[in-house]
Design a protein around this ligand. Structure first.
Ligand SMILES: [Cu+2]
Length: 142
């Protein structure tokens, strides 16, 4: 695109900046580092939705053969995890994936993960949108 008028250029920049204000954004994504040899890990993050109602319907990881949406719950006094087909994300809301609650279950790592590594995760939404983001491997929440 060629813009000759400086004023038009300013308008174009303003519009682009507006688009950069994403409706869906992920913050503070991290993976709890598992001891070497463990086949399972979990990722946590904060998902902000500045748009309308949607649902998370899938997840994938560049570093794992298998990733799924999970929640943790206590059923009849027993702590257990359950796979979810989807997670509702209301308009203008924040959904937190955190230890003991919603999380992304990561299985079958392609290579062992160590603290300090970065893994790209992608969330898929019911309307077909996808967001990819870097997720830092840590030993614990910082
Ligand atoms: Cu799990």
């Amino acid at each position: 695109m060629t813009v000759k008028s400086p004023r038009l250029a300013a308008v174009a920049l303003f519009i682009l900046a507006g688009c950069a204000q994403q409706e869906l954004a992920v913050h503070d994504a991290w993976i709890r580092a598992a001891p070497d040899g463990s086949a399972m890990g979990a990722a946590y993050l904060t998902l902000k939705n500045n748009g309308s109602d949607t649902e998370v319907v899938g997840v994938r990881s560049t570093a794992h053969s298998l990733a799924s949406l999970h929640t943790s719950e206590i059923v009849e006094g027993v702590f257990r995890m359950r796979e979810l087909d989807s997670i509702p994300v209301k308009a203008n809301s924040v959904v937190r994936f955190e230890p003991g609650a919603l999380h992304i279950m990561l299985m079958r790592p392609i290579a062992p993960l160590r603290a300090g590594d970065t893994v790209e995760l992608t969330l898929t939404f019911s309307d077909g949108r996808e967001i990819s983001f870097d997720t830092l491997v840590r030993t614990e929440r910082q």
